[in-house]
Every structure is written in C-alpha cells, then in structure tokens.
Design a protein around this ligand. Sequence first.
Ligand SMILES: [Mn+2]
Length: 298
Amino acid sequence: MKNCEEFRGLLTKNLNDADIILTGIPLDKNASIGKGASLAPSHIRELSIMVPALSMDGYLIENVKLFDNGDILDEDFKVIQDKIFDIYKKNKFNVFLGGDHSISIASERAFIDYAKKLNKIPVVIHFDAHPDICDIYEDNLYSHACPNKRSLDYGLKDENLTIIGARGFELQEVEFLKKHPKIDVFKTSDVLKLKTDALVEYIVNKYSSDKYLIHISYDIDINDPSYAPGTGTPEPFGIDNLTVIEIICNLVRYLNCISLDLVEVSPKLDINDITSYLAIKGLYEIFYYLSKKKNGMD
Ligand SMILES: [Mn+2]
C-alpha cells in the first residue's frame, strides 16, 4: 500500500505530544528578484510523503514528534509576530518555513520578546549567502535584505548576532559591518578555511552559557546554487550541502537552540525539486540531532 501521510512516522495530531512545531509562512512579496518562496511550505509538505523518517546514515528519527501547525497567511508583520509569539509559548522546538527571508523580521522579533520573557539573552545565528543587514532596500524597510538590521533595531545586541556564509554584499552592508565589529561575520571563504569543527567550537564556546537562547535563520542560498538552484537570489562560490548541515546540526545539538527559520526555497525556480528535497532532508537531519539530544546520546 502506498504510504500517503505527510512527514510519515514523525507526525502527531496532538500538540501536547509534540517536540517540534512546524509553521508555514508562505509570504514572498518582499523578495527582490526571484519569487516563488510562497509555494515552499505546501510543496515541502507534499514531498515529505516520499521521505522516510531516517537520517542520512540510516538511523530512525525516533522519540521526536512533529506537529504541523499549518500556515500563517497574514501579511502584516505585527500580526505574524504576535501569532509566532503565541507559538513560542508552547515551549517546543519551532520550525518556521518561509517564504522569503523577510519572515525572519517577524519570527526574530517574537523570538527576542520570548527570550526576554524568560530572562535570557537572545542570539541569532544567520546562515546565508547575504548578510541581510541593509537598513532599507528598494525603498522597503521590510525587504528580505533587511531582517538582521530590523532585529538589531528591535534590541538584538551586535555581539549576539553571528553571520555565516556571507559572500554577496551590498556596499551599505560592508560599511555597516565595519562600524559594528562585534557582529561576528564568517564569510564563505572563512568557513572554507576554518573547517566545520573549528567554527562549531568557536560558536559553541561563545554562546554555551545558560543565559543565552539561540535562534537559527537558514537561507537555503548559503548552499552553492549548484546544490540549491531553486532560490530567488542565487549566489556563486557557495558552500557544499554536507558542510552547511553539519554546522547547523551541531549548533542545534550543543546550544540552547529553540527555533529555526528555513527560507528562500522557491519550488517555482527549482530543477527536479533538488532544493525542496535539500530543505526536507536538511530538516530531517536536524530532527535526528534533536532526537539524539533528547535521548542524551553522544
Ligand atoms: Mn540570502
């Protein structure tokens, strides 16, 4: 019999039983070039029917359950933010599936408020070919090129923002980052020089204290366009799939990480669903690490 359940063995219909909540935010009106990221949440759910709940090494993803919270269809950032804040209050690991990167403006504001409510210091680790730290882009304060600047404006401290994989800068971003040296930027060339272990060790040491709460923002365009062609702003000279997922998984595992945005997957621009499958297999790898963390395994 054909298995036709989304997220196959991972899904629970009962939020209280869930370890992970997945919420789609199919908004792509703030993307500057290629659109189509609004199709990602429904497309990724559809493809998940084909993917068994196993890690890339063949380990069963057990003891973690996923609750599919559906999509937030509002376009007003304050409304999205308020809805996300309510989801954070469920005290689960949250996945927010974009949409373009502007959705992180809402998710990170909610995250910053939630961290403060818990008396924790919010930390954002931004995986992206682009620093997304423009003050304003194409006359749009809410452009997908602006989420890091909006989060800093909202109270995130420079020293609690780390950018990984940058290789496509706007001039205003280079000038801003020069004036804000406490923002750690690991360009793609730095990631290649440092190697995974040294980079993970540095970030884990920096944010390992209990006082921090971590959010990861993952723009699929950090992966080289040859691995992830289905994205609106493809950026050459990128990072390979295994390196990206290994860094993310280890940070999820060793830090007090409570949420992840996965953005800029555009099924419309994709070839043979390469990028959508990368997104879903990446999520499953992260879920596997969450299960290892829950089970206290090394
Ligand atoms: Mn990007």
